[in-house]
Design a protein around this ligand. Structure first.
Ligand SMILES: Nc1ncnc2c1ncn2[C@@H]1O[C@H](COP(=O)(O)OP(=O)(O)O)[C@@H](O)[C@H]1O
Ligand SMILES: [Mg+2]
Length: 363
């Protein structure tokens, strides 16, 4: 996967920019708030996934512009291709001149993995960040996962709305059966894929962590299901979830929310059998988060046969030289975009093409 050319128009503070990156390391440097992360985000959006920093598409359109229009030429699946992304209230995508039904159809056409300082939250913060990590990784790998997850979330919202209504309309109680059936079906699809991914992740991340810690410590990652849904078989998971939903009905009505299901699951990250979140040092937590993100890239490569483009947003300055070195060695052979304030540290470690960003312009 190689970005050959990127043309940006009215995307956030970038009114107009065109870059021709190298196949190796591209360093985007400049002071704060000049548009470096915006440039990475514009590349990321060609994965077909949602932005890694905004929920609303409209937020990405330049303040004074009616729409944003980005175009990328890239090399994938043995040939040169191009994609367009048009953003106003929502995103519309084109690939090789054909308008796609949804930007999600770009999933599988262009792959990238993004690292940002906020990824330390993966280890340090609550379960939401770990579920988001799994969901993003899986959405990029399997478009059908994104569909199952959207259906699950939609059904969950409907069940929760019903739980609120039941107190005023007890006759609605029986309709819970229908929702429990649906929710356990979509929920089982979500959990089975997450468990599958976690097993791949745990193995890869342990290898990488081993390298980062000079084989002194062991990293282990487990999927933690709040209703015991670990079985690889989605039917078994579905039955378990349905049973749990039915058992917790009274509590759910009382609390007006659904307590069982993948929206409450988590990943357990352990270093030498101790929780990295509770007991890990800053350095261990950084290494664990880094191992997980590097694994995400390796899993994408292994499963798709394509090397994802690596987007490193402001992470180099946070890492000691050993870890910086490790990353750059590990991702050799992939195209990389690194944002930073001062390009000298990165360029001391490797060769690269530099792009200076100032006020939304590439100088
Ligand atoms: N929709 C938008 N329109 C115009 N400017 C925007 C928009 N969204 C964000 N910005 C501006 O982009 C700048 C931040 O860019 P960013 O890429 O995060 O900077 P950095 O170079 O520090 O990575 C901020 O000045 C912010 O106001
Ligand atoms: Mg930034």
């Amino acid at each position: 996967m190689i970005v050959k050319g990127l043309n940006i128009q009215n995307f956030r503070n970038i009114e107009k920019a065109y870059i021709e990156p190298t196949e190796g390391v591209n360093v985007i440097f400049g002071e704060n708030a000049q548009g470096k992360t915006n440039l990475l985000e514009s590349i990321w959006l060609f994965t077909g996934c949602k932005s890694f920093r905004s929920r609303r598409d409209r937020e990405m359109v330049g303040f004074d512009a009616p729409f944003a229009k980005n175009e990328m030429t890239f090399f994938a699946k043995g040939r040169e291709q191009n994609a367009h992304l048009f953003i106003d209230q929502k995103r519309t995508a084109m690939k090789n001149g054909v308008t796609l039904k949804s930007p999600a159809e770009l999933v599988g056409e262009f792959y990238a993995v993004v690292f940002a300082p906020s990824h330390l939250s993966l280890v340090k913060e609550g379960p939401l960040f770990r579920r988001r990590f799994l969901d993003t990784a899986l959405c990029e790998l399997k478009p059908q996962y994104a569909k199952a997850l959207a259906k699950y979330n939609h059904t969950l919202n409907q069940r929760n709305a019903l739980l609120k209504d039941i107190q005023y309309h007890p006759e609605l109680f029986d309709t819970l059966d229908v929702w429990d059936e649906k929710i356990s079906s979509y929920g089982a699809a979500v959990v089975s894929e997450r468990v599958w991914y976690t097993n791949l992740l745990s193995e890869k991340a342990a290898e990488i962590y081993d390298g980062l810690s000079d084989s002194k410590e062991k990293l282990k990652i487990n999927y933690v299901s709040n209703f015991g849904g670990y079985a690889g078989d989605p039917y078994a998971v579905k039955d378990l979830l349905k049973e749990q939903l039915s058992e917790s009905r009274r509590d759910d009505i009382f609390n007006k929310m659904t307590t069982a299901g993948p929206h409450r699951d988590d990943l357990q990250i352990q270093i030498d059998s101790l929780s990295a979140r509770t007991f890990g040092s800053q350095g261990q937590q950084r290494s664990a988060a880094l191992s997980m993100k590097l694994s995400e890239a390796s899993i994408l490569r292994d499963r798709t046969g394509e090397e994802p483009v690596i987007l490193l947003d402001d992470v180099m300055s946070e890492l000691d030289e050993k870890r910086q070195d490790y990353i750059l060695n590990h991702i050799r052979g992939r195209q990389v975009f690194i944002t930073c304030c001062d390009p000298t540290t990165v360029l001391r470690l490797c060769e690269g093409r530099t792009f200076h960003m100032e006020k939304g312009r590439v100088l």
